[in-house]
Write a protein that binds this ligand. Sequence first.
Ligand SMILES: [Zn+2]
Length: 300
Amino acid sequence: MTTPEKVLEPWQWPEGRWRAIVNRVRAGKTYRPKAWKDDARCAVALSFDSDHETSELRDGGKSIGRLCWGQYGNRVGMPRILKLLERYDVRASFYVPAVTALLHPEEQRRVVAEGHEIGIHGWIHELNSILPYQAERDLMLRSADELERIAGVRPLGMRTPSWDFSQHTLGIAREMGLLYDSSLMADEDCYELLLDGEPTGVTELPVEWVRDDAVYFMMNRFQSLRPYTPPQDVLDIFRRELDAAYEEGGVFQLTLHPHIIGYRSRIWIVEEIIRHAQSRRNVWFATHAEVVQWATKHAA
Ligand SMILES: [Zn+2]
């Protein structure tokens, strides 16, 4: 027997029902500091999602070709990125599925040794937002433990592989005592995450699809998906985001992927962004965790 609620169409829902859905996870207080560290006008938070082979494994795929594309991320993309960050003395955040860390433990140790942050990015890059509660909780806990065991540092934050939450994700993050998430997009500043209207103590450092390299460069040979934006136009979009964040005294957050941005014809975009930001005196490059810690502590 179906419940009366189930047979109702969305346009028939009582107000309480759609309000409860919208209210489940919501943006609370905004955290924009009067100034960033060392009186900086703008914070720049670069991030890299080290998906590597898990892009193929997540859906049960065994394609050797797609797995070697993932391995390129480890063999070529990551060394190129780390070298670039070192040359400009920039620290960044890397979100790493536990399976990536198990496949490439030396990569994670190098990331940490060079002063970067490592955050949770699922177990095998699973679509966390459709998992049953127990499975999602188990994978989040195990992912944090595995990253800590391999990299030697307990992760302070997470980026969900789905860039989405299930009904339970935020509750699990609160239970784990995570400082922050970086998967949602209700603002351009850091903000407090509310669960059913209640503060959770977990802060959001928002991402956006416009500041994600995958949106512009992904391709699938068997589907019509192709890169449709020239690299110089991608730089133009990122630079406008950065310039506006600078003008507003906000944070410029960027998401990149070693197996997407690591190519010879694309990596220069990251270099140009760093050079452009460093050409202004008062810009603070920081990890996501540092940005969140500063923003929550010094919010205006
Ligand atoms: Zn990812």
